[in-house]
Write a protein of this length. Structure first.
Length: 358
């Protein structure tokens, strides 16, 4: 027998010649992801056109990210953005709303859905896109807050919108004034103070001083929590969470202190623009410490045996608490204080055999 020489290279089949880079996570190819991405994109565009459900239009885009993978999420975003643009154009032609309304509609949906997809799917295009989830939240919330302000100030030039807002504010003011009862002095002072113009001015001031930023942040956060709950319920999928391990940079406490001092100083000298900047910087720091406080709570829960059903209950409870007036302010304030306290207390130091781990 002759010794065996090196085997001749086997000719690859056409299927084997496909580059390895085309393979997708979870053993799914692009064709298999097309249908669920299309369905979630269609639901998202339909939901934003339904008045009482419009707040949750981002949830389907978050669900596709958690239940499938990042490729499906970005595919659903592209589909949804195109579908929304076509839908906005068709509705504007039907209602004769003009090019300005089309632009705001498309800009609102595209910016918020892009930021939300970046948050839930993460970045696949380099170190800049791969930044920490909390920072992606802040950047997306800043973009969303700017869109909210743009829509608000654009709508203020619309006489019909102003008349509608004033009528709603008049109803609110009259209901609040009637609560004064038979106290004539209090009732008279409330009538002078609670005018629609004054309430509208206060709301605008709050929006400029971090209100729009905070509103966009909580909209993104609630949508993400709802998407995670749905994925756990229908697909039995759990997303790896970075929040329990999130720590704000060490010097953030000083930025918080300086921004708080800046708010007080700019109010004292009546410098409006620097005050708005200081308020938004203070809001960013508060959100970061709020995330750290929430991370402490999630870290504590993660080190205790909790069933998947109970974890889903906690996700729903978070959404309910955020929507509960009064309770949400107290809970969020306590979480922010808990996050600040970790600058001096080791609140997430796991114990091994009774001693703190390094």
């Amino acid at each position: 027998m002759y010794p065996e020489g090196p085997a001749a290279p086997r000719e690859q089949s056409p299927r084997e010649r496909i580059p390895q880079e085309r393979s997708l996570p979870d053993g799914m190819n692009l064709r298999a992801l097309f249908v669920p991405a299309l369905v979630c994109a269609g639901i998202s565009v339909a939901v934003i056109r339904i008045g009482f459900l419009a707040f949750f239009f981002l949830v389907p885009l978050g669900y596709i990210s958690v239940a499938y993978n990042a490729t499906a999420a970005w595919l659903a975003f592209v589909m949804a953005a195109l579908m929304n643009a076509v839908c906005a154009l068709a509705l504007s032609l039907y209602y004769h709303s003009g090019p300005g309304a089309i632009g705001l509609d498309i800009l609102y949906y595209t910016v918020l859905s892009l930021g939300f997809t970046w948050i839930t799917a993460g970045g696949n295009g380099g170190n800049l896109l791969r930044m920490r989830t909390a920072y992606r939240f802040i950047i997306a919330a800043f973009a969303g807050g700017l869109i909210f302000l743009l829509i608000a100030f654009t709508s203020m030039n619309n006489s019909g919108f102003i008349a509608m807002v004033k009528s709603q504010l008049e109803l609110f003011s009259s209901a609040y004034i009637s609560s004064a009862g038979a106290d004539a002095v209090r009732r008279s002072s409330l009538e002078r103070l609670l005018t629609p113009e004054w309430v509208l001015e206060i709301m605008t001031g709050i929006a400029l001083r971090g209100g729009a930023l905070a509103s966009a942040f909580f909209m993104l956060f609630i949508s993400r929590q709802a998407a995670i709950s749905l994925a756990q319920l229908f697909r039995k999928r759990r997303q790896a969470r970075s929040l329990p391990g999130f720590h704000v940079p060490a010097n953030t406490i000083w930025v918080l202190s300086l921004s708080l001092a800046g708010v007080l100083l700019t109010r004292l000298i009546k410098a409006q623009v620097p005050e708005i900047v200081a308020w938004n910087l203070l809001t960013v720091c508060a959100i970061l410490f709020l995330a750290q406080g929430a991370g402490i709570v999630l870290f504590t829960l993660a080190h205790r045996p909790i069933s998947p059903l109970l974890r889903m209950f906690f996700n729903v409870l978070i959404i309910v608490v955020i929507f509960s007036p009064g309770v949400n302010t107290a809970v969020l304030g306590l979480l922010a204080l808990l996050g600040i306290a970790e600058n001096w207390l080791p609140l997430r130091a796991p114990k091994i055999n009774g001693s703190a781990a390094r």
